[in-house]
Write a protein that binds this ligand. Structure first.
Ligand SMILES: [Cu+2]
Length: 661
C-alpha cells in the first residue's frame, strides 16, 4: 500500500535532486505515521474497531458512516518537534440500528475515551443503505406498476439505475422520525448517460430502517427524452488527435514529500485525506528570510449545499448537503492520469473505511503537481531603456475530485510564489435534468419548463445552486489573530477640483455576531485576518486577506426549510473563535437535519474574536442557470477565492524568482 507510486516511478529523476534521500527514507506515504496530523493508517483503523469491539461498545451489527483521525490538541501539535512521540486517536460516528453514537478512541493507550449517544439526529448515509434503497424500490409493486405505465417491465430492470437521494426535511408528519431516501430512477437502455433518461414523475419514498416504500409519488407519465445524451468515445464522433502537448520536468520534481509533509519553494504544509471533507491541509507555513512563519493551521471543505429550485413533488426535496450526508472524501474517484492531472503529477492514495469500519485503499485519490500555465507572475517594460523584465508564475497544486451522483467536483488548493493560496472548485459532470413534454422552448405550455431551461428536446435542466463552505483556521504569524474590515467609503471633499474620493475606514469586529460578512460592490470591504502583535517593516500588522473572485447569495427565503438547514449560506464569511469540535458549517448531522445547526447556532454565543485564535468560514456560491453548452456534460466551470498576503511581507515575495526559472 503505497501513497506514492508516481513518486517512486519517477525515482531516477528524483534522485537527480537533493530530495533523493527523503525518497529513500520514506518509500510509503499512508502506511507509516511520523506526524501528529497524519491520516489514520489501515492498521490504526483496524485497531480502532478492535478496541471498540473488545470493550463491548460495538458488535457485528454496528455501522460507521465516518471514521477519521482525531488530531491531538492544537497546542500539542504546535509544540511537537519531529521525532518526538505523540498519541494517536480516532473519531468514529457509529450507527447501531436507529441509534447514533460518537466514539473517541485513544489508539496509543488502547482506550475508549468518549462514547456518547447523540439524540434526534440521522447519521451520514451508508453505501449499503444506498444499495438497499435501490433494491427496495425495484421490489415495490406500486413502483413496478408506475414504471410499467412508462414502458419499463421487469426484464428491463437491470438497465434501470436508481439514485437514492438524501431526503431533506420539510416538517411532514408522515416523515417524522424515519430514516428516509427519496429514490428517482433512470433508464440506461440506449445511452451511457442515464442522467438524460429520467423516469419522470415517479419517486419512491423509502424508509430504510423499515425496509419499505412508505409512499410512491406518481405525478403522471411524461414521455422519455430521446435526444442524444452520450459523451463517451463510443457515442461521440471524435476530432482527429492533435499534435502532442505535454509538460516535462527534465530534472525531476521541484517539490518534495517527507511523509505527508509537502515542501515546495518557500511553502511547507501537511496534507491528508478525510472521508467527510476530502483534502485537509494543515500547518501551512512560509519560509521568509530563513524564518518559518505560520499562515494557516488547518483548512478544508466543510460542507457543500446544492438546492434545486422546483416545487414539483419529484423535485422539491432535492437540497443536498453532500459532504455531511454522503462524504466528499469517500466519494473521491481515482484520478485519470494525464487527464485529471498533468503527466508530471504525483498521485496519493487514501485509506478510508467501509460501512463496517474495515479499511480500504482508494487509489490515486489526490494528486500534487507544479503548474506553469504560461503566465507572468509579474513583469515590467521600462521605456527609458526599452527593456522588459518578466518572471514565470509557477504554482503548486494539490487536487482531488469527488463524484457525488451526477456532479464531478474538482477541488484545488494552489500555492503561489507570490505568497497567495488559492482555493478553486471546478464543477463538471452531468446536469440533473427533468423530462418534460415540450420539444422546444417556444412550445412552453405549463409543463414545468418554468423551473429551469431546455437543454435538449424534452429535457429541462432544473435551476439550482452550489454552495461550498470552507473552514480556514488561520494562524497568521501565530494563533492569536483578529479580524479586520477595511471599508472603502466615499467622502465628499472641498477645496479641490474633485468633489469626492474614496478612503479606507477600518474597523475590527469584536464578536462573532459582528463578523457575518456579505459581499457588496456598493460598499466594498477588505476582509483580513491580522496579527495585532506582529508588524511589517512600515508598521502595519501582518495579515492575510480573503479575496473573492465572484460569488453568489442564497435567494431562498429564511423560512424555507433548506435555507434553515444550510444557514451558513446567509453570509459569505463568518468568523468564530477556534473550537476543535466546530468543523462542519451545517453541523455534524446535516442528513435530515431540522435547521439552525452549525454556524448559526455556534455564533449565537457571540464569543469574542479579538486577539484570539480565530477560524474563518468562507462560502463560495454560484447560481446555476443551465445553458445548452452545459449538456450533455458540463464544461468544467471554475470558481475560486484567494487567501493572499497583505502586509505579511515587506515587499513582493516573488521578487527574487530566478529569471532562469
Ligand atoms: Cu450546477
Amino acid at each position: 500500500m503505497s501513497w506514492m507510486r508516481g513518486w517512486q516511478s519517477g525515482f531516477v529523476a528524483i534522485c537527480l535532486s537533493v530530495f533523493c534521500l527523503i525518497g529513500i527514507a520514506n518509500p510509503a506515504f499512508a502506511d507509516t505515521v511520523q506526524h501528529p496530523m497524519d491520516a489514520l493508517t489501515a492498521a490504526e483503523y483496524e485497531t480502532t474497531l478492535n478496541i471498540l469491539k473488545e470493550q463491548g461498545f460495538v458488535d457485528e451489527t454496528s455501522r460507521y458512516p465516518f471514521i477519521r483521525l482525531q488530531p491531538p490538541a492544537k497546542e500539542t501539535v504546535l509544540a511537537w518537534q519531529p521525532g518526538q512521540p505523540f498519541d494517536r486517536a480516532a473519531f468514529a460516528m457509529v450507527k447501531q440500528g436507529p441509534e447514533v453514537y460518537e466514539a473517541e478512541v485513544n489508539l496509543t493507550q488502547q482506550q475508549v475515551t468518549r462514547w456518547e449517544a447523540i439524540a434526534d439526529v440521522q447519521a451520514g448515509i451508508l453505501l449499503e443503505e444506498w444499495t438497499h434503497a435501490q433494491e427496495i424500490t425495484q421490489a415495490d409493486t406500486q413502483w413496478q406498476a408506475a414504471v410499467k405505465k412508462r414502458g419499463i417491465t421487469a426484464v428491463d430492470y437491470e438497465k434501470v439505475v436508481c439514485a437514492p437521494l438524501s431526503a431533506g426535511y420539510y416538517g411532514l408528519p408522515e416523515e417524522a422520525g424515519r430514516r428516509l431516501f427519496k429514490v428517482n430512477c433512470y433508464d440506461q437502455r440506449d445511452t451511457e448517460n442515464f442522467w438524460g433518461r429520467p423516469i419522470e414523475g415517479v419517486t419512491a419514498v423509502v424508509d430504510i430502517d423499515a425496509e419499505e416504500v412508505i409512499k410512491l409519488i406518481d405525478t403522471g407519465v411524461v414521455p422519455m427524452p430521446t435526444s442524444p445524451a452520450g459523451y463517451t468515445e463510443a457515442e461521440v464522433t471524435q476530432n482527429p488527435a492533435p499534435k502532442p502537448l505535454d509538460w516535462v520536468e527534465a530534472k525531476g520534481h521541484d517539490y518534495s514529500l517527507d511523509g505527508q509533509v509537502v515542501n515546495w519553494n518557500n511553502w511547507q504544509f501537511h496534507v491528508r485525506m478525510d472521508s467527510r471533507v476530502g483534502l485537509v491541509l494543515s500547518l501551512v507555513k512560509y519560509q521568509d528570510q530563513g524564518n518559518w512563519r505560520s499562515v494557516m493551521y488547518e483548512g478544508s471543505l466543510s460542507e457543500l449545499f446544492v438546492p434545486y429550485q422546483s416545487t414539483d413533488p419529484n423535485w422539491y426535496f432535492r437540497t443536498y448537503m453532500d459532504a455531511g450526508e454522503y462524504g466528499a472524501g469517500k466519494l473521491t474517484v481515482p484520478l485519470e492520469h494525464d487527464r485529471d492531472c498533468p503527466s508530471t503529477a504525483v498521485y496519493l492514495d487514501a485509506v478510508f473505511t467501509d460501512d463496517r469500519g474495515q479499511p480500504y485503499v482508494q487509489e490515486d485519490a489526490a494528486c500534487i503537481f507544479e503548474r506553469y500555465a504560461g503566465d507572468p507572475v509579474w513583469r515590467h517594460y521600462n521605456f527609458a531603456n526599452d527593456q522588459s523584465t518578466s518572471r514565470r508564475d509557477r504554482e503548486l497544486v494539490v487536487r482531488f475530485i469527488t463524484v457525488i451522483g451526477n456532479y464531478d467536483y474538482v477541488f484545488d488548493w494552489s500555492f503561489g510564489e507570490n505568497g497567495t493560496l488559492k482555493v478553486k472548485v471546478g464543477a463538471s459532470g452531468m446536469e440533473e435534468v427533468q423530462a418534460v413534454p415540450a420539444m422546444r422552448f417556444d412550445t412552453e405550455d405549463g409543463t414545468g419548463v418554468g423551473f429551469g431551461r431546455m437543454v435538449a428536446p424534452q429535457t429541462m435542466a432544473t435551476n439550482h445552486d452550489h454552495f461550498f463552505s470552507f473552514r480556514l483556521d488561520m494562524d497568521v504569524d501565530g494563533a492569536k489573530n483578529s479580524f479586520v474590515c477595511d471599508d472603502l467609503k466615499t467622502i465628499a471633499v472641498k477645496e479641490s477640483p474633485r468633489t469626492s474620493l474614496w478612503a479606507i475606514a477600518s474597523h475590527m469586529p469584536k464578536t462573532e455576531l459582528d463578523a457575518k460578512m456579505t459581499l457588496n460592490l456598493r460598499e466594498p470591504s477588505l476582509w483580513r485576518v491580522i496579527n495585532p502583535h506582529v508588524e511589517n517593516f512600515v508598521g502595519y500588522p501582518t495579515s492575510y486577506e480573503f479575496k473573492a473572485h465572484g460569488n453568489a447569495m442564497s435567494l431562498m427565503q429564511s423560512d424555507d426549510y433548506p435555507q434553515q438547514r444550510a444557514g451558513f449560506t446567509q453570509y459569505h464569511l463568518w468568523v468564530t473563535p477556534y473550537e476543535p469540535d466546530e468543523l462542519y458549517a451545517a453541523g455534524n448531522y446535516p442528513n435530515q437535519s431540522h435547521g439552525g445547526d452549525g454556524l448559526p447556532a455556534w455564533t449565537r454565543q457571540n464569543r469574542s474574536i479579538q486577539d484570539t485564535d480565530i477560524v474563518v468560514w468562507y462560502t463560495l456560491g454560484l447560481h446555476h442557470v443551465v445553458r445548452a453548452e452545459d449538456w450533455p456534460v458540463l464544461p468544467t466551470e471554475w470558481h475560486e477565492f484567494e487567501v493572499r498576503p497583505f502586509d505579511f511581507f515587506d515587499r513582493n515575495p516573488a521578487l527574487e524568482i530566478s529569471s532562469r526559472a
